[in-house]
Design a protein around this ligand. Structure first.
Ligand code: FMN
Length: 365
């Protein structure tokens, strides 16, 4: 029953959607990192639902850091972040106890925890838990920026509508960092919003893909075989509820290419080795080659939809229909963006600390 991610830098998640609080514990962090509360607030705001395209559940996400930070800097001992839940409406769930929401974890949680699970609002399986992940990861996002490493995710496609591809990483990253709806093309953004509202009107939900880029990583990061950069990122990303696929660089597209197109040629640019294309997404043999690391995630449509659906009542052991109440996102892509950024930062920081030591982020002067 593990809720821990990482080897050198670890993050543990705790809490339930309708319990007293959710939170995260970060261990193995370098001492001396300035804790940028503005960035934590900004990333929590980007994850928070807003407008007609998101759930109506409004949580302020007022967090407290109860350990591991002294005078604004990390001490190097475990950091515990607590975010109280304030806007629960548990009656929506007590009525339907035992009626499994199709596509959600109600039935599988019951099988695993033998009925002792806190089922309200999806309990520990709720998207709500990602707020804690975002608060934890935000500390590392700022620390990585100071090391020249930038991470950003955009909605690559939604319901078949595609955003434009990255053109200039630095400009595009800066443009995306503060966007509540993280799409580069205004035209695509408008169409995607319309598609979400259309799905919502039909009491349905909609999915798509997210694309992430990490720039500024040194070459030589990652281990062969089981701790490759791909395995580490895939392990983390596939833990996020609703994420159903991952590909690095051209990913599944490689299946239709010839070697002569797929290979990224090498060149010296001054003293740096670069590649002429980046089909392999900055990774060769599981190790970074110094080019931007790129990956895409497939995110499924939100499972909780308001249409009548076929299911079972696993308490009374009979077939049933379900008409879901409660507050849900018709699409989770725009909210998942900062979750992916935060998680990427935690994975990258873990790998950097593994290679360069616990003091990697500690200021040298
Ligand atoms: C940021 C975020 C918000 C989410 N919001 C909802 C939601 O409002 N309703 C819902 O049914 N699922 C939501 N999900 C998805 C569920 O958490 C997820 O589908 C569920 O845990 C089952 O996991 P699986 O889809 O990976 O099988 C959200 C996920 C994320 C990352």
């Amino acid at each position: 029953m593990k809720n821990i991610l990482g080897s050198n830098l670890t993050v543990t998640l705790f809490g339930e959607s309708h319990g007293e609080a959710i939170g995260a514990v970060i261990d193995g962090i370098s001492p001396g990192i300035s804790v940028d509360t503005d960035n934590i607030d900004k990333m929590l705001t980007l994850r928070r639902p807003s407008g007609k395209i998101s759930t109506a559940r409004q949580e302020k996400d007022e967090y407290s850091i109860v350990s591991g930070v002294f005078e604004g800097k990390t001490t190097g001992t475990p950091i515990c972040i607590i975010i109280p839940n304030k806007a629960q409406q548990s009656k929506d769930y007590t009525k339907t106890r035992g009626i499994a929401r199709p596509g959600h974890a109600d039935y599988t949680a019951y099988c695993k925890y033998h009925g002792y699970e806190d089922y309200r609002g999806g309990g520990h399986f709720s998207g709500r838990i990602t707020a804690a992940l975002v608060a934890a990861g935000a500390i590392l996002v700022s620390a990585l920026e100071k090391k020249g490493i930038r991470i950003v995710t955009h909605i690559d496609s939604l319901g078949g509508i595609c955003d434009r591809k990255f053109e200039n990483y630095d400009n595009d990253i800066t443009e995306l960092l503060d966007k509540a709806f993280p799409v580069l093309s205004d035209e695509a953004s408008e169409k995607m919003n319309e598609a979400i509202l259309e799905a919502k009107e039909k009491l349905d939900s909609i999915g798509g893909t997210l694309e992430t880029v990490i720039t500024g990583l040194p070459a030589g990061l990652g281990e062969p075989w089981f701790e490759t950069v791909e395995s580490k990122l895939a392990y983390a990303m596939m833990s996020v509820g609703g994420v159903k696929g991952i590909e690095f660089g051209r990913g599944f597209g490689f299946a239709e290419m010839l070697g002569s197109d797929a290979n990224d040629g090498f060149r010296y640019e001054g003293e740096s080795v670069v590649t002429t294309t980046n089909n392999n997404g900055g990774i060769n043999g599981g190790i970074t080659n110094g080019m931007p690391v790129t990956f895409r995630l497939a995110v499924k449509p939100t499972p909780s939809i308001y249409q009548k659906q076929e299911t079972v009542d696993f308490i009374n052991k009979e077939n049933a229909d379900i008409e879901i109440e409660g507050r849900h996102d018709p699409c989770i892509l725009h909210r998942a963006k900062v979750v992916v950024d935060a998680l990427t930062a935690l994975v990258v920081a873990d790998m950097l600390i593994g290679r360069y030591g616990t003091d990697y982020f500690t200021p040298k002067d």
